[in-house]
Design a protein around this ligand. Structure first.
Ligand code: PHE
Ligand code: ZN
Ligand code: ZN
Ligand code: ZN
Length: 297
């Protein structure tokens, strides 16, 4: 189980069920997280007869994760353009594409923008902790804000995986034109999707929409009705023959064979894809810092 502590502090521990000494027939035995004893095991033992006390090995682990947030000194703080990428990775791999690429593009955009750019809207950068544990950092952050503070966020841009080896060129499907199932995102998300697809189109790439279902740190933002978007080069889904026709790469193979594995290394980053997507990051941040109406407004 995991739970949130104070804003930005994530406490992860296993506190369901008895820590040890669960007794046969105790319904809680089946809930022990790491003891390796299931309810079915208990029932089988019980049928065999006898009054047996089980001693279960459990591990309790607490850790603290942090978000790093930085905002321009200039621009309206009532129309904040928020930009985020997660800093953490999974234990199985170094996390260079997931999500060193998103962090690098976001950080370089922040460096180029500087602390006091001549912009209409303030830009707030977020480097999230504990995304891989279930969007814990972004959720803690969004929930830590008052309603007024949330209303001051005009939009949120998310960057998670920008250089997948067999890259897709995907924009979160804010208008639900490409996906069935999930509805469109919060009003305004369609325009953000268009900003990215138009930019990529002008750079010779015909992007597709991709799931806008909350599988990255934009989830807590769209849950609160904040218009959101971003680009993504794909993870564990398969590139179609049509997509490899227009983008190159290998059809019928996943976008990122290194996803969540030890081979998510620097040498497996698709630098051509990262270059295009990083340019899209900088472009969209610049556009919305200038005007919430977007590139055509
Ligand atoms: N959020 C996922 C991760 O960090 C990446 C992902 C996004 C995978 C969307 C699939 C779809 O691992
Ligand atoms: Zn991941
Ligand atoms: Zn990720
Ligand atoms: Zn779409």
């Amino acid at each position: 189980a995991s739970e949130r502590g104070a804003a930005g502090v994530i406490v992860v521990n296993n506190e369901d069920g008895p820590m040890n000494g669960g007794t046969l027939g105790d319904p809680d035995v089946g809930k022990v997280p790491t003891g390796g004893v299931s309810k079915a095991d208990g029932a089988a033992l019980e049928q065999a007869g006898g009054d047996v006390t089980l001693t279960l090995d459990t591990t309790t682990e607490s850790s603290t994760a942090r978000n790093v947030i930085a905002q321009t000194k200039t621009g309206s703080t009532e129309d904040v353009v928020m930009v985020g990428a997660h800093l953490d990775s999974v234990p199985d791999g170094p996390g260079i594409n997931d999500n060193g690429t998103g962090v690098a593009a976001t950080l370089e955009t922040a460096v180029q923008l500087g602390g006091s750019p001549d912009v209409d809207n303030a830009v707030r950068f977020a480097f999230w902790g504990a995304e891989e544990l279930g969007l814990l950092g972004s959720e803690a952050y969004v929930n830590s804000l008052s309603e007024d503070q949330r209303n001051d966020i005009a939009l949120y841009l998310n960057f998670d995986m920008l250089g997948s080896e067999n890259a897709g060129y995907l924009a979160y499907d804010g208008d639900n034109s490409d996906n069935v199932g999930e509805g469109p995102g919060p009003e305004g998300s369609a325009g953000i999707e268009r900003t990215f697809t138009e930019f990529l189109q002008n750079n010779g790439v015909a992007a597709d929409g991709t799931d806008f279902d909350g599988r990255s740190d934009y989830g807590p933002f769209i849950e609160h009705g904040i218009p959101s978007g971003g680009v993504f080069s794909g993870a564990d889904e398969t590139k179609t023959p049509e997509q490899s026709q227009k983008w190159g790469g290998t059809p019928d193979v996943v976008y990122d064979e290194n996803y969540h594995s030890a081979t998510d290394t620097l040498e497996n980053v698709n630098r051509a894809a990262l270059a295009k997507n990083a340019a899209a990051v900088a472009y969209a941040v610049g556009v919305y810092a200038e005007s919430l109406a977007g590139p055509n407004g």
